[in-house]
Write a protein that binds this ligand. Structure first.
Ligand code: WQD
Length: 337
């Protein structure tokens, strides 16, 4: 049996692929290489000693997908990462996001449903918007998504839930990630932001490396203890492990029609200033930063109640923020950008 990982050369996908291979699974990676590099395959091989099957295809292309499932008829699980993920780009180009993220998902689901292949969907805490309660549990009512990117995650979840309801032998897990950070301890794979990083940690490490002049902290007078936004930063290795645990759970409960949503976070809220301070303490490096205006669309505070995935799937985050940020810095230093 093989596990299909779409977007498997991406940031989270490559870490999941690495763990799957190290767990003895056979993996088929598909990626259109739009937002990553083919040499991520070399990084995965250098860590695991194994090279997964790889096909450069676009999940929106029905002919390419059909050929893939014809060639690999023993795909027994699907982990779907392939999607555009820039919040700001989605605001400027909503149709690009709806076409790609929802079009790709629907093409893939046709094949998953045809053979009742267990399905894991990469969702995001962004579906909650600014939650009224903290920590955020899965029962929190979903608010208006704060971007078309967030809408594609919310609508994607709904599509999968409807498919599970209509197909009694199809089961799926929807994982709502909080803020993925860090890199593989080997520093051989990690985050490869395209252009100017939108997210805090890659922008921070590029600033410390001298690629960026200064880190701008967006907003310093929010209603939080130190005035800066609070997030739940989870090590990408912990996040990858949550996918392995979820896949094991689905394979053990095959053909029981279910569609469960799980938050994947540490349960700890950390402010931007706390993250900067933790980075400096963990690495001994100084972070040049200055305060700037708040970023439109930012939620003030978001961190997970991750008790459901711990109770049902048996997963819990293990890495500390210090370990996450040290691994981000080691990766940045190792990158020949
Ligand atoms: C974190 C905090 C910023 C950059 C997004 C997506 C979410 C998920 C993770 C995909 C915020 C502040 C940032 C900077 C800053 N992505 N910041 N200076 O916005 O919480 O979540 O990425 O699934 O869906 O919405 O992450 O890292 O962009 O921001 O001060 O240069 O850091 O204001 O408070 P975010 P982020």
């Amino acid at each position: 049996m093989k596990i299909l990982v779409t977007g498997g050369l991406g940031y989270i996908g490559s870490h999941v692929t690495t763990l799957l291979l190290q767990n003895g699974m056979e993996v088929v990676v598909v990626d259109n290489l739009e937002n990553t590099r083919i040499d991520v395959l070399d990084g995965i091989e250098s860590i695991t000693g194994k090279r997964p099957n790889f096909k450069q295809i676009d999940v929106c292309d029905s002919n390419q997908l059909k050929a893939l499932f014809d060639e690999f008829s023993d795909i027994g699980g699907i982990i779907h990462f392939a999607a555009h993920k820039s919040v700001s780009e989605s605001v400027n180009e909503p149709l690009k996001y709806y076409d790609n993220n929802l079009g790709g998902l629907q093409q893939l689901l046709k094949h998953a449903l045809a053979k009742a292949v267990p399905f894991i969907f990469s969702s995001s805490c962004t579906v909650y918007g600014q939650s009224d309660t903290l920590p955020i549990s899965e029962n929190e009512p979903l608010k208006q998504a704060t971007s078309p990117y967030g809408s594609t995650k919310k609508i994607g979840e709904q599509i999968i839930e409807d498919c599970c309801r209509a197909n009694p032998d199809f089961n799926a897990i929807l994982l709502r990630y909080f803020n993925p950070v860090g890199a593989h301890p080997s520093a051989k794979i990690g985050e490869l932001p395209k252009g100017i990083p939108q997210n805090l940690v890659p922008y921070l490490t590029q600033t410390v490396k001298g690629i960026r002049p200064v880190l701008k902290v967006f907003g310093s007078s929010y209603n939080t203890p130190d005035g800066t936004c609070i997030r739940d930063y989870i090590h990408v290795m912990d996040l990858a492990d949550a996918h392995i645990a979820s896949l094991d759970y689905l394979l053990k409960n095959k053909n029981t029609s279910s569609c469960e949503v799980y938050n994947v976070g540490t349960g700890r809220g950390v402010s931007v200033l706390e993250l900067i301070q933790t980075f400096e303490e963990a690495t001994g490096e100084k972070v040049p930063y200055e305060f700037a205006d708040p970023r439109p669309g930012d939620t003030v505070s978001a961190y997970a109640d991750a008790s459901k995935i711990e109770k049902i799937i048996g997963w819990k985050a293990k890495y500390s923020l210090e370990e996450s940020l040290s691994s981000s810095w080691n990766w940045e230093k190792n990158l020949n950008s």
